[in-house]
Design a protein around this ligand. Structure first.
Ligand code: NOJ
Length: 508
């Protein structure tokens, strides 16, 4: 039997720690809160947790501005809490991935504090300093502002692809590379299973190259253009660190290039990232032809390299997919079926299993400089007015928390939560869905359909994105595993798929 590494066969669940579960009543989620909810994640049936950053941080970018990679921010708990979380996860057969932020630190990191003093100190060259801005790059979150800021103390300009409080590290300096490898080792030694790597395609840069002028005018950040050859060498270095540990430690890179061909190169020759996010797919509209095209394009670039795809619909940076797709519950249910049956590793974002849309954030409660508060709203656990939180949380709850909460939906057999759970169970018991081959069933209507197959088992998935019922011949006479609408009698015996229905069937 072919060995299938865990990062290929797993479903990953992203926890945004501030908004998951609060153990100490300060209105902000924490590590003990996460530990107290592992029963829920096991009941749901996910395999791996990815935690957005919990490291020491002044929180200018809510943890993506790290001031100490080897310390837990007191808001979230202590190093002991993290050790306990790692061992709790492992005792339950769950894996844990941390969020590593290699491109930039916080301006409060001691490395930057030292670096900014003058141009001769031992850390002078750990960040990207110039006598004048070296290019026309824009940074993220400031509406098209320059990625260069002048530092009055050092009397030089430094590069920040994100907020001015997030200076970019200089990976051209081997000392920086070593120091960052050491931060990986610190957590690998404590037993974490891998890392989500924040904007990792930025660790190599071509500073002498301007971005296209048009892009600057549109306020597009440099992030979406950065594709430097030197990054691949650095990813191989990172991979060697991971591979020096037992237990298949894995990376999933945030490679924010909106082009699958370019994104695919970051897997290297199976010696760079094990997995890479695919943002072209995330941004594809809810349309059968568009999705078909995107899925085929993705697979056509990854398959020749033996590279394993990932599928993501929501995360802490973008409006939730139910909302992006028009807010219909039926669509959210179909999207769940699609996410969990495509060929590759699915990533769920906390709360999508409840069918959440973004919270409405009143102007006086906006806190994120990038305007992303809505998708970061706290997870409602119960129907009562605090929804399982011991204190009013830091952001308002998403809409309909009285019903879109974990407890209410656990008790409702028809809820989207139970649909996710059921689908995760089917994925677990049908290896064809996890590890099998993939063939698109070509159609020219609004049905997206594909087959997954392994060792003689053939599973067909069909989603009717249209407003009228459709005949899908291949469904006739099959065994129904699941209908997103709970229409047990519709498919399986007949070949008709209702409007907005997704079906998963086994071919006889
Ligand atoms: C991508 C992260 O997902 C986002 O939240 C963050 O603001 C930027 N990288 C900068 O670290």
């Amino acid at each position: 039997m072919k060995h299938v590494p865990w990062w290929q066969s797993s479903v990953v669940y992203q926890i945004y720690p501030r908004s998951f579960a609060d153990s100490n009543g300060d209105g902000i989620g924490d590590l003990q809160g996460i530990r107290s909810r592992l029963d829920y994640l096991q009941w749901l049936g996910i395999d791996v947790i990815w935690l957005s950053p919990v490291f020491q941080s002044p929180m200018a970018d809510f943890g993506y501005d790290v001031s100490d990679y080897c310390a837990i921010d007191p808001i979230f708990g202590t190093l002991d809490d993290m050790d306990a979380l790692i061992s709790d996860c492992h005792a339950r057969g769950l894996r844990l991935m941390l969020d590593w932020v290699p491109n930039h630190t916080s301006d409060q990191h001691r490395w930057f504090q030292q670096s900014r003093v003058d141009s001769t100190n031992p850390k002078a060259d750990w960040y990207v300093w110039r006598d004048e801005p070296a290019n026309n790059w824009c940074c993220s979150f400031t509406g098209g502002g320059s990625a260069w800021d002048f530092d009055e103390g050092r009397q030089q300009w430094y590069l920040h692809c994100f907020l001015p409080e997030q200076p970019d590290l200089n990976w051209d300096n081997p000392e920086v590379e070593q120091a960052m490898h050491d931060t990986l080792r610190f957590w690998l030694d404590r037993g974490v299973d891998g890392f989500r790597m924040d904007v990792v395609h930025l660790i190599g840069k071509q500073l002498d190259r301007d971005d296209p002028v048009r892009a600057v005018a549109r306020g597009l950040a440099h992030v979406v253009f950065n594709d430097a050859a030197v990054t691949h060498e650095r990813l191989r270095g990172i991979r060697r660190v991971l591979d020096s540990y037992p237990g298949e430690r894995a990376s999933v890179g945030e490679v924010y290039l909106l082009d699958e061909a370019a994104m695919a190169t970051y897997y290297g020759n199976n010696d760079e990232l094990q997995l890479s996010f695919n943002f072209s797919f995330l941004w594809t509209k809810w349309d059968a032809a568009a999705l078909r095209d995107r899925i085929k394009t993705t697979l056509s670039h990854l398959a020749p390299r033996g590279a394993w795809p990932t599928w993501v619909l929501s995360n802490h940076d973008v409006p939730r997919h139910r909302q992006r797709y028009g807010s219909s519950e039926e669509v959210a249910r179909m999207a769940a079926v699609m996410l969990l049956t495509l060929s590759g590793t699915p990533f769920m974002y906390q709360g999508e299993e409840l069918g959440l849309v973004d919270a409405l954030i009143p102007a006086d409660r906006v806190v994120d400089p990038g305007g992303r508060d809505g998708c970061r709203a706290p997870l409602p656990w119960t129907a009562d007015h605090l929804h399982g939180w011991p204190h009013d949380p830091w952001l308002p709850f998403p809409p309909e928390p009285d019903t879109r909460n974990v407890e209410s939906q656990q008790h409702d057999g028809t809820s989207i939560l139970n649909l996710y759970r059921h689908m995760l169970g089917i994925r677990r018991s049908h290896p064809a869905l996890r590890e099998g081959g993939f063939v698109m069933i070509e159609r020219d209507d609004d049905v997206l359909a594909f087959e997954r197959m392994l060792n003689g088992e053939r599973v067909v998935v069909a989603l009717n994105l249209g407003d009228v019922g459709r005949t899908v011949d291949v469904l006739g006479g099959t065994t129904l595993l699941l209908s997103s609408l709970g229409l047990a009698s519709r498919v399986g015996t007949t070949s008709v798929l209702a409007a907005h229905e997704a079906a998963v069937v086994v071919l006889a």
